[in-house]
Design a protein around this ligand. Structure first.
Ligand code: PLP
Length: 230
């Protein structure tokens, strides 16, 4: 069942790519397994999927310890500085760097553990009060500050689009994100590889792919609805 769901999402990504003349292999599907049991992750791993997303540090660490096969763990949720030390050597990519202060903390822990941590800078593209992330206007300045830190490698940008009923409503935000991504790439900031644009979730990933996402984060569409009151 979960494997079929995963394959359906993959197929939808392929079709979205075809509609706009992109190659399917330009887009990485991250299976967002937050709140879901290990058995669900193992089932989806049978498809060959190795990219899994979690939004809580504790949950990511627990799952990382228990799953023995190689997994690329993506931290996609808000990260507090006091939790950084637990994950710097366990994550493949932190999607949610939203301040210089957090980046400095990641840098410090990465140097201590002698690792290099790939990160994305989170942008609040629709300027929602309820969401974390930088404004479009401050993104370049923050990128420049983070880029010079040791032990941390900026790989691109991430956004969480508004919750909407019709995914077409988010097209403008994805377009704006892609434009910002291209603009930042053209700045050629030292030590920044502007190669990843993480945007699109279950409700709107097909639109995000059409507008240039290189990573989509899909939870419900693969694992089914989440139950937070268990
Ligand atoms: C939970 C979550 C997702 C996945 O959401 P779905 O709508 O279930 O696909 C993606 N990105 C972030 C940051 C999340 O917290």
């Amino acid at each position: 069942m979960l494997q079929e769901n995963y394959e359906v999402v993959k197929e939808n990504i392929k079709k979205a790519c075809q509609r706009v003349g992109r190659r399917e292999d330009e887009v990485t599907l991250i299976a967002v397994s937050k709140t879901k049991p290990l058995s669900d992750i193992e089932e989806v791993m049978e498809t060959g999927c190795v990219d899994f997303g979690e939004n809580k540090v504790q949950e990511l660490c627990d799952k990382e310890e228990k799953i023995k096969r190689p997994v690329k763990w993506h931290l996609i949720g808000h990260l507090q500085t006091n939790k950084v030390k637990y994950i710097v050597d366990k994550v493949a990519l932190i999607h949610s760097v939203d301040s210089v202060k957090l980046a400095e903390c990641i840098s410090k822990e990465a140097v201590k553990k002698q690792v290099s941590v790939p990160v994305l800078v989170q942008v609040n593209i629709a300027d929602e009060d309820t969401k974390f992330g930088l404004s479009k206007a401050e993104t370049e300045e923050v990128l420049r500050k983070i880029a010079s830190l040791p032990g941390i490698k900026v790989k691109g940008l991430m956004t969480i689009a508004p919750f909407v009923d019709d995914p077409e409503e988010n097209r403008i935000h994805f377009k704006n994100m892609y434009q910002l991504f291209v603009d930042m790439k053209e700045k050629r900031i030292d030590n920044v590889d502007m190669e990843t644009l993480s945007m699109g979730m279950t409700g709107d990933y097909q639109v995000a792919v059409e507008e240039g996402a290189t990573m989509v984060r899909v939870g419900t569409g693969i694992f089914g609805a989440r139950n937070y009151n268990k």
